[in-house]
Design a protein around this ligand. Structure first.
Ligand code: G1P
Length: 310
């Protein structure tokens, strides 16, 4: 995908307090919590880079400098590891800085996702017509052998123009937690998983949701979004919603499509779903997976036995 690069900046909103992970998030930003040994934000940065991004613009809040620091080189640590012959660990230390150039913009007040994304508008170069937004809570898993969903979205923007979002089909009883798409089935995009959108609504009651297709943290937005973000009013939860700015663009005739992602997804945003993500990645890990599988099977088979840690 590196040959065609319809965007080069990926915005990652990371200004939240991470209250669901207190007390850890008193000092450790939620975005740095590990999945096995790698912070969620590094996984998201890798996805952005694979889809063609060369710059990660982290929207941060005062006191969360550690998020951007993760992407700075650590030559002394690397040298120490190299001197000890620990080249694989040194490569892990280097990876984040090598993946992508990271910068920050500050969101001083928590006024919602739309406000956070809007804070990044002035940091774009004059020639940047589109920008990606990746929510770091959402880990969107490409199907085996497939490009990431963001890469597929980039290809759709090149073909059809406008803005392209990622959609997941979720059970109707869970739909009120999401931005929900109103799909226009009358337009043939030439791909059954690429659909034209005629509206979007943030966190509707389940019985009023226009579909069960929800947005899940991946957006490829035309630069016009920054103008739309200046023209919306507070919406769901009293916050400025990115969904409402996309809906405004659609109402004004701007083309918006979704790529329906049929692969997996993890939510790192709350402890329950974070645990599932951790276990899932651990089970697939060549070093830790086999022993964990055995331990879990044993634990589930004999739940009343004392825990054996080893
Ligand atoms: C945000 C967005 C929502 C989206 C969701 C999951 O909501 O506002 O449209 O569906 O992320 O990616 P949040 O989970 O921050 O409340």
């Amino acid at each position: 995908m590196q040959a065609s690069r319809p965007f080069r900046t990926a915005i990652v909103p990371a200004a939240g307090l991470g209250t669901r992970f207190l007390p850890t998030t008193k000092t450790v930003p939620k975005e740095l919590l590990p999945v096995i040994d790698t912070p969620g934000i590094e996984m998201v940065a890798a996805e952005a880079a694979e889809a063609g991004a060369s710059r990660l613009l982290i929207v941060t809040s005062p006191g969360k400098d550690a998020v951007a620091a993760h992407f700075a080189p650590q030559p002394e640590l690397e040298a120490t590891l190299a001197a000890r012959g620990k080249d694989a660990l040194a490569a892990k230390v280097r990876r984040a800085a090598e993946l992508i150039e990271a910068g920050t913009v500050t969101q001083d007040e928590p006024k919602g996702l739309g406000h956070a994304v809007g804070c990044a508008g002035d940091a774009l170069g004059p020639d940047e017509d589109a920008v990606a937004v990746l929510l770091p809570d959402d880990i969107v898993l490409a199907a085996p052998g497939e490009p990431s969903v963001l890469s597929r979205m980039a290809a759709v923007r090149e073909r059809l123009g406008g803005s392209v979002l990622c959609a997941f089909d979720v059970p109707r009883e869970q739909i009120s937690a999401y931005g929900v798409f109103d799909v226009d089935d009358t337009v043939d995009s030439g791909d059954p998983d690429v659909k034209r959108i005629r509206g979007m609504v943030e966190k509707p009651p389940a019985d009023q949701a226009p579909s069960t297709l929800a947005t899940a943290g991946r957006y490829l937005l035309d630069r016009q979004i920054f103008d739309a973000l200046k023209r919306i009013s507070p919406g769901s939860g009293g916050e400025l919603q990115l969904t409402d700015a996309v809906a405004l663009l659609i109402a004004e005739g701007h083309p918006v499509h979704v790529v329906v992602h049929r692969g997996g997804r993890h939510d790192l945003g709350n402890p329950g779903s974070y645990l599932r993500a951790f276990v899932d990645f651990a089970l697939a890990h060549p070093d830790y997976g086999p022993a964990l599988r055995e331990w879990l099977t044993d634990r589930l088979t004999f739940p009343d036995e004392p825990v054996r840690g080893a």
